[in-house]
Every structure is written in structure tokens, then in C-alpha cells.
Ligand binder design. Structure first.
Ligand code: IMP
Length: 423
């Protein structure tokens, strides 16, 4: 399940919806920078680390190899679930290979952003970039390291000395305490221990037993470190191949790559967004769509659905079916649009340009449709949607050559139209 744009496409609620007939739900990359919102009845759940499938009893939920895990966030989220009466004992597992977000990652995330000034990325401030940076530099602390106090202490010492030098010399920041971190993280180790497994092995076994596995992507294609709008990206791989990499699975057969795409586009943080609307329609979409960051509360930038980005996402992920979410948010607009190409200084661009100097020049070209005024949230059958909504959906399908198999028409679990059974 991959996001087609810049995240916040509604993956969490779709994963939740599909989980009732799945066996295993996995997060493969990212960390608590994600915010997956799920509504069950009138109750709203926001997950940052734990896969959205956790709300269904008996589903196995995995935090996979490719994740960066902030143990404080894991404790908070599991305690919240306990309070809500959601039992997850014996079915929630954390990869021993996942990396740990440390206090200096969170601190440096914010300090680096300050250093960038006007060129800042607009990160979530959760330490995700610095944690992946250490992973690649081979300074990272992994979940498994926490269970060997001597190894952990020996690893932490030089890393912290190095980080404290950066903090002091570059940022005039007081040093972080070695003993304090050691003590805090050894306590987390006790808390985490019952959950930790070789999750890649668990997944391989599940796959061999022909279990149904959902890999729940976090963020979106355009936030991918390699394939997104670099440098305005996250530090992991939200694309489909990153999902397998982070789950510890090879390119096995029988995979369906579902792209989750909102009926309009949003983005939180800095970076290019050709279809952004800075007018009343943008505000309308934000307010009707509740487009405020689930992790940071920041207002999301909103605009018409960017089909150029969507076509790119279909290509780099090899998306085989599409889920269109939040169609109901478009209700009440007299005209609705989606962008099929950009015009750049008189030239038509049909592919998303990866040259940043072109981004400010992209002028979106739109297909336009009549809007509809009636509520569609209680519609459960595609044929009962207003004709104009169907036209909108079918024009996107024609453009991409892949089917829209699911649509969401309201925030609740069952506000969903199924056009093709998934499993
Ligand atoms: P980071 O992942 O915190 O380093 O942030 C990098 C960029 O990705 C920023 O623009 C964030 O706003 C964006 N981002 C990270 N996670 C999410 C998400 O789950 N949804 C939407 N945007 C995200």
C-alpha cells in the first residue's frame, strides 16, 4: 500500500479497512513521523508507529527492519492501546534490525532545520533524518543492541562524544548526558524485549504459508529519498520496492501494489507543489478535508489532484490498482479539476520534472468537470454516485490505464465503496 503523492493520502484507514481479511500488517520504513488516522464509529485513533491493522484482534502487526523506532513513542502508543482496551500481546512484533531514534537525533533534527534557514525541509522534528543518517554512516544503534548493556554502552560512548562535539561547536548547545541516555534506553530495552523478533523470518514463513500480508507504506512516493522531490523528502523509501526492502522480503510473486491517492492533493512541509491552491478553494479543501497534520498539527497545503505526479507514482511503484480517498471532500464545489500536464515556458511537460529549477515554472493544465452538491457519504455502490463524480473517477482511470478499485466517501471505516474485491 503506497502513497501516490506527499503522504496523508489516507493509507491508514484503507489498511484498517482491508485488515479485516488480512493476516499480517507490516510497517516497513519511516518512524513516528507518520500519522495514520483511523475512525471506528465516532472514535478516532492516530497511529505513528504501530500498523493500523492493530485494531482488529488476532492480526499480527510488525514494525519491520527498515523502520527507525523511537522507543518513547512505542511506549506511549502501546500504553494508549492498553488504555483503550485493545489487546496486542503475542501479535505485535518489532524487528531486532530496526534502528533506534536517540535523543540527539531529535535535537539535531531541529538544529539542522534552523541551520538551513529559508532552505529548511519542514521536517516533523522527530529525529527521523538524523537517525537514518547514522544508519547509513554505520553509527546507528539497533533494537538488538539494547539487549546487551556492555555492547550498547561501548557503542554509545564514541557516538555521543561525536554528537556532543557537534552540539557544542556548531550549535553552542549543552552536551547530552551519557549516563542519562544509557539509563533511559536500558529501561526501554526491558519494555521492548517481549516484542522483539526476527520479523523478516516471521514474514517469510507467513508468505510461505500463503498468509495475507499488507505492507503499509508511510509517507508517499514524492517523499521518497531517491524518487521524490529531493531534498524535500523524508530519509526512507516509501515506494513499493522500499516496502519489500524494509519488510525484509524479496521480490516475491503474488504482489498487488495498491496506490492510495486522495481526490485532491496535499502536502505538509516545504517543497514543490505545482497544483497548490492559495485561494478559497484551497482553504475549502483544507477545512472540509480536515487537512491538519496528524503528527505535528501543521495546516496542510492543499490543491487539485496532480495527475502528473500520480502517473509518475504508477510508474515507479508499478501500481496495479488505485484507491481514491476523500471523494466526499469535493462535494459543494461548482467545478472540480485534476491536472494532466504542466506548461513550462510554452512547452508541455507530461512527466514530472526532477530538475528543481523547473518546479517554480510548472503551470498546471487541468481537466475540468461539473461538481455535485449532494452528500455522497452514505453511498455504498459506485453506480449511486452522482454522474459528475463518476466522470471524474473514470477520467483518471482512462488517463492511467489502471482501475480505481476502492473509494472512500467519508471518514468512517464503512464509508467505503468497493468496486473490486481485493483478496
Ligand atoms: P521527516 O520525515 O520528519 O524528516 O520530514 C521530511 C518531510 O516529509 C517533511 O516535509 C515532512 O512534512 C514530510 N513527512 C514526513 N512524514 C510524513 C507523513 O507521514 N505525512 C506527510 N508528510 C510527511
Amino acid at each position: 500500500m503506497v502513497g501516490t503523492h506527499w503522504g496523508d493520502e489516507g493509507k491508514g484507514r484503507i489498511v484498517d479497512y482491508l485488515s479485516h481479511s488480512a493476516d499480517v500488517v507490516v510497517r516497513a520504513q519511516g518512524g513516528n513521523n507518520a500519522g495514520h488516522t483511523v475512525m471506528v464509529g465516532d472514535k478516532k485513533y492516530v497511529f505513528h508507529l504501530i500498523p493500523s491493522g492493530v485494531l482488529f484482534p488476532q492480526k499480527v502487526c510488525i514494525l519491520g527492519d527498515g523502520m527507525v523506532i523511537d522507543p518513547a513513542s512505542f511506549v506511549e502508543e502501546t500504553r494508549f492501546l492498553e488504555k483503550e482496551g485493545v489487546s496486542f500481546s503475542g501479535r505485535l512484533f518489532v524487528s531486532e534490525k530496526a534502528h533506534i531514534v536517540m535523543p540527539y537525533h531529535r535535537l539535531l533534527d531541529r538544529l539542522y532545520e534552523g541551520l538551513r534557514g529559508k532552505e529548511k525541509i519542514g521536517t516533523t522534528g522527530r529525529g527521523i533524518g538524523p537517525a537514518y543518517e547514522d544508519k547509513v554512516a554505520r553509527w546507528g544503534i539497533r533494537v538488538v543492541d539494547l539487549f546487551h548493556p556492555d555492547i550498547f554502552a561501548a557503542k554509545l560512548k564514541p557516538i555521543l562524544e561525536y554528537k556532543n562535539r557537534i552540539l557544542k561547536e556548531l550549535f553552542s548547545n549543552p552536551p547530552l548526558s551519557y549516563e542519562g541516555i544509557l539509563e533511559e534506553y536500558l529501561q526501554y530495552a526491558q519494555y521492548l524485549k517481549p516484542y522483539v523478533r526476527d520479523t523478516s523470518f516471521l514474514l517469510y514463513t507467513a508468505w510461505q504459508e500463503r498468509k495475507r500480508i499488507i505492507i503499509e507504506g508511510a509517507q508517499g512516493t514524492m517523499l521518497d529519498l531517491d524518487h521524490g522531490t529531493y531534498p524535500f523528502v523524508t530519509s526512507s523509501y516509501p515506494v513499493a520496492s522500499g516496502a519489500l526492502l524494509g519488510a525484509g522480503l524479496g521480490p516475491c510473486p503474488d504482489i498487488e501494489v495498491m496506490g492510495v491517492c486522495k481526490a485532491y492533493t496535499s502536502r505538509v512541509g516545504e517543497g514543490p507543489f505545482p497544483t497548490e491552491l492559495k485561494d478559497d478553494v484551497g482553504v475549502y479543501l483544507r477545512e472540509r478535508g480536515g487537512e491538519y497534520g496528524a503528527t505535528t498539527g501543521r495546516p496542510r497545503r492543499c490543491g487539485w489532484l496532480d495527475g502528473v505526479v500520480l502517473k509518475y507514482a504508477v510508474r515507479v511503484n508499478n501500481i496495479t490498482s488505485l484507491v481514491l480517498t476523500k471523494l466526499d471532500v469535493l462535494q459543494g464545489l461548482s467545478k472540480i479539476r485534476w491536472c494532466y500536464a504542466y506548461e513550462v515556458e510554452g512547452r508541455i511537460l507530461e512527466e514530472f520534472p526532477m530538475d528543481p529549477s523547473l518546479w517554480p515554472l510548472c503551470r498546471p493544465l487541468y481537466k475540468e468537470f461539473e461538481g455535485w452538491s449532494e452528500s455522497i457519504s452514505s453511498v455504498r455502490s459506485y453506480k449511486d454516485l452522482p454522474r459528475s463524480a463518476q466522470n471524474f473517477v473514470e477520467s483518471i482511470e482512462d488517463f492511467l490505464g489502471i482501475p480505481v478499485v476502492l473509494l472512500s466517501v467519508g471518514p468512517r471505516r464503512n464509508d467505503t465503496i468497493v468496486r473490486r474485491e481485493i483478496w
